[in-house]
Design a protein around this ligand. Structure first.
Ligand SMILES: CC(C)(COP(=O)(O)OP(=O)(O)OC[C@H]1O[C@@H](n2cnc3c(N)ncnc32)[C@H](O)[C@@H]1OP(=O)(O)O)[C@@H](O)C(=O)NCCC(=O)NCCS
Length: 210
């Protein structure tokens, strides 16, 4: 994925995932999924798969304000703050398929997952997507609430999709994301989310996740 760091006055910024980000991504991955992807899967996704679009979210204000030049240089290489979430999708024709999304376990309930989802939907639309799909564990109520908020509906079930416990996956889809109605809805959710993210303190999320 190409492009610069995106952000609009928030203490969070979204940027394309880089190979240098993968160790921090893997740390979240192992705490978020019972079937974690390997770092080589991420390597393939960001460096070799031309259908892939992967992003990370940085919390940008976690640092002392005055640092020496070498520290500034190191931070620039390592990223503009703390990596608190990531997500990715594959775009094939007009369908964006969200392949992963996770926020840091210590940072959940603060809008980061929603921020990632909105960024991916907006990016998908700008790249020509008209529908977005994903699979989610039937038991993953938190994620399903998030998708439901953005108009995803369950359109099918994949039996025994997850190898660790043979849990089924729900296939969820939202169509016509490029329609004026959906874009308007996205815009108003985005405005409320930006406000929440702007006010969000460094500690104490809105809620804890299960
Ligand atoms: C799913 C996940 C990305 C959500 O991220 P998050 O940063 O905690 O979520 P947000 O704070 O942005 O909340 C967004 C929405 O998610 C839902 N949600 C979040 N926390 C919730 C909770 N504890 N209980 C119920 N719903 C919850 C709500 O719909 C919420 O919107 P609202 O604030 O208007 O109610 C995060 O829980 C995660 O990384 N889980 C592990 C990995 C995973 O399951 N990924 C999904 C794979 S399909």
């Amino acid at each position: 994925m190409s492009g610069a760091v995106r952000g609009n006055g928030l203490p969070y910024k979204v940027a394309p995932m880089r190979w240098e980000d993968v160790p921090a991504v893997m740390a979240i991955e192992h705490r978020s999924f019972t079937l974690p992807w390997s770092d080589y899967t991420y390597r393939h996704e960001i460096l070799e798969n031309h259908h892939s679009h992967y992003s990370v979210v940085w919390r940008t204000d976690i640092s002392a304000s005055k640092r020496s030049n070498w520290w500034t240089r190191l931070r620039r290489k390592n990223g503009p703050g703390k990596l608190v979430g990531y997500g990715g999708f594959w775009l094939i024709l007009d369908e964006a398929h969200i392949s992963t999304i996770a926020s840091h376990p210590d940072w959940r309930g603060r809008g980061i997952g929603e921020f990632l989802l909105v960024e991916m939907i907006e990016q998908g639309i700008s790249l020509g997507a008209s529908m977005i799909t994903l699979e989610v564990r039937v038991s993953n109520t938190v994620a399903k609430n998030l998708y439901d908020k953005y108009g995803f509906v369950i359109v099918g079930r994949r039996p025994r999709y997850y190898r660790d416990n043979n849990e089924d996956a729900d296939l969820m889809t939202v169509e016509h994301v490029n329609s004026p109605d959906y874009r308007e809805r996205l815009k108003s959710f985005r405005a409320a989310l930006d406000e929440q993210l702007r006010q969000n303190p460094l500690c104490n999320g809105r809620k804890t996740t299960a």
